[in-house]
Design a binder for this molecule. Structure first.
Ligand code: FAD
Ligand code: SF4
Length: 492
């Protein structure tokens, strides 16, 4: 993991003094005796009837108590588990002493989107997985809940000022795509005095944060605050503009851009290539979620047809699969189930998403893999044939590989199938720019450190380089690309 902001963890003498006093205000035994905070959640029976956010956020009292569990370790391993090296004890200790604005300021030093990351980062595999509490066989400090608390408190208090901006430096940069990589790049460059224009193919800004992750997990209002703040700082957003179609690379050069950051994501759905995938009622997660989240399918007053089903199968075990199956429950599915070829232990989805899905009545058909879809006389899917699997030896991912159990094939009735078995990089940019080097996986090839591509003006990051990763990694790339593009353009 790349910690590109470790300097924020240096403690000033003033901070060291209050941190020392705070540390001495409670014994380690008292701190470790406090149970981990429980996130207040909406009742499952109610939440499947609407798109309201499931996690309600910690109260002030809960947050301050949870913050007091943190031991302020001299060598905090949680920080090494964060892909962007957030000063974790620094913001947590500010929450403990009730200085919420300062906590948000510490977060903003490193993370452009703390309210988003506090909600969707897989903390259980990152920062929280390295918390010292694990050594005591206790639950880790709830770093994600506290990050969300500090960011939300700042947002709702309305006290957050816009970051200071250097005087315009006369240089302009273009950004392709408007997901987390682009938003963090745009924020860093506008503050350095660049003129920044973001081009987005869709009619909404935010990338997967808007069209992929549903409202019940990440409300649009949370993302909009960040976008509005960037617009208020002077970032220009151009929607409905497909780079490579509406405008091409030469057009961008003719518009006088000094640098281009490409963060066009990995939104090209993959299918399994099995018979029947073209039947009506078999579609990708990407299409399903985009129709509902971005194009109003199922909402009064919107013309987009809603793909409806009473028995809905979602194929896959990642976050996208969980978001789809939980959305299907909210769209009226009586039975919604995950079909996954490995066991639950190998599922890449966040633990919290699996827990929430189960609470909402989602069934899990693990160790099964679809081999064919069957249709009725109108060409609409009516059933799926699934192969039973067992676990063999670990593969290159370290997970035990699924092996078919010979002759064990079942037929299951379904009327909607959502395929969520992975995504590939969006090919338009790599295909449309001559001389841009692309890897065998279709991602843009970049220098690992600077994120500069084979064309010196173009830098790239996020999923178009990583091929489907996480919000925090995309955001970290945006910051790193901004730093190296700035160094390159300043040296000219
Ligand atoms: P994206 O967010 O994909 O944004 C790319 C943008 O570029 C899109 O808006 C696209 O329309 C635009 N674009 C593409 N081509 C062009 C073009 N030619 N011209 C102009 N614009 C273009 N990660 C987590 O950390 N936690 C989670 O819980 C989580 N859940 C997820 C759930 C779903 C349903 C999905 C799909 C992904 C999830 N992820 C999650 C992954 C995470 O969202 C992505 O890794 C991240 O959004 C990548 O950011 P990005 O900026 O690279 O691209
Ligand atoms: Fe606090 Fe855990 Fe990090 Fe130690 S490892 S500083 S206890 S969050």
């Amino acid at each position: 993991m790349n910690n590109d902001n470790q300097q924020s963890n240096t403690i000033s003498p003033r901070d060291a003094k209050w941190r020392e006093e705070l540390r001495n205000s409670m014994s380690a035994k008292q701190r470790t005796a406090i149970p981990r905070a429980k996130m207040p959640e909406l009742d499952p029976a109610f939440r499947v009837t609407c798109s309201a956010e499931v996690n309600q956020g910690l109260s002030q009292g809960q947050a301050m108590l949870e913050a007091s569990r943190c031991m302020d370790c001299p060598d905090p391993q949680c920080v090494t588990g964060c892909p962007v090296g957030i000063n974790i004890p620094g913001f947590i200790k500010n929450i403990e002493r009730g200085h919420f604005h300062e906590a948000a300021v510490v977060l903003k030093e490193t993370s452009a989107l703390p309210a988003v990351c506090g909600r969707v980062c897989p903390q259980e595999r990152q920062c929280e997985s390295r918390c010292i509490y694990h050594k005591m066989k206790k639950q880790p400090v709830a770093i994600g809940y506290l990050e969300r608390f500090a960011a939300d408190t700042e947002r709702l208090s309305g006290t957050g000022e816009l970051p200071a901006r250097l005087a315009p430096n006369g240089k302009k940069v273009a950004v392709v795509g408007s997901g987390p990589a682009s938003l963090s790049f745009a924020g860093d460059m506008i503050r350095r005095g660049y003129e920044v224009t973001v081009y987005e193919a869709l009619h909404e800004i935010g990338g997967v944060l808007k069209y992929g992750i549903p409202e019940f997990r990440l409300p649009n209002a949370v993302v909009d605050v960040e976008i509005d703040a960037l617009a208020a700082q002077g970032v220009k957003f151009v929607k409905d503009c497909v780079i490579g179609k509406t405008l091409n690379y030469d057009d961008l050069l003719n518009l006088g851009f000094d640098g281009i950051f490409v963060a066009s994501g990995a939104g090209l759905p993959r299918f399994m290539g099995i018979p029947g995938e073209n039947f009506i009622g078999v579609l990708s997660s990407n299409e399903y979620l985009t129709r509902i989240n971005l194009m109003g399918a199922g909402r009064p007053g919107w013309a987009t047809p809603a793909p409806a089903g009473k028995r809905v199968a979602v194929i896959g075990g990642g976050n996208t699969a969980m978001d789809s199956v939980r959305t299907a429950r909210r769209m009226g599915a009586e039975e919604a189930f995950i079909v996954y070829r490995r066991s639950e232990a190998e599922m890449p989805a966040r633990v919290e998403e699996v827990k929430h899905a189960k609470e909402e009545g989602v069934k899990f058909l693990t160790l099964h893999n679809p081999v064919e879809y069957l249709a009725d006389e109108n060409g609409h899917v009516r059933a799926m044939r699934v192969q039973r699997m067992e676990l063999g030896d670990p593969d290159e991912s370290g997970r035990r590989s699924p092996v078919p159990v010979e002759g064990a094939i079942d037929e299951i009735p379904v009327d909607l199938v959502i395929v969520s078995v992975g995504v590939s990089p969006n090919p338009l940019i790599p295909d449309s720019i001559e001389g841009l080097e692309v890897t065998r996986r279709g991602t843009i090839a970049v220098n690992d450190l600077t994120l500069q591509s084979s064309l010196p003006l173009i830098f790239a990051g996020g999923d178009i380089v990583r091929g489907g990763a996480t919000v925090i990694l995309a955001m970290g790339d945006g910051r790193r690309a901004a730093q190296s593009m700035h160094e390159t353009l300043s040296a000219r």
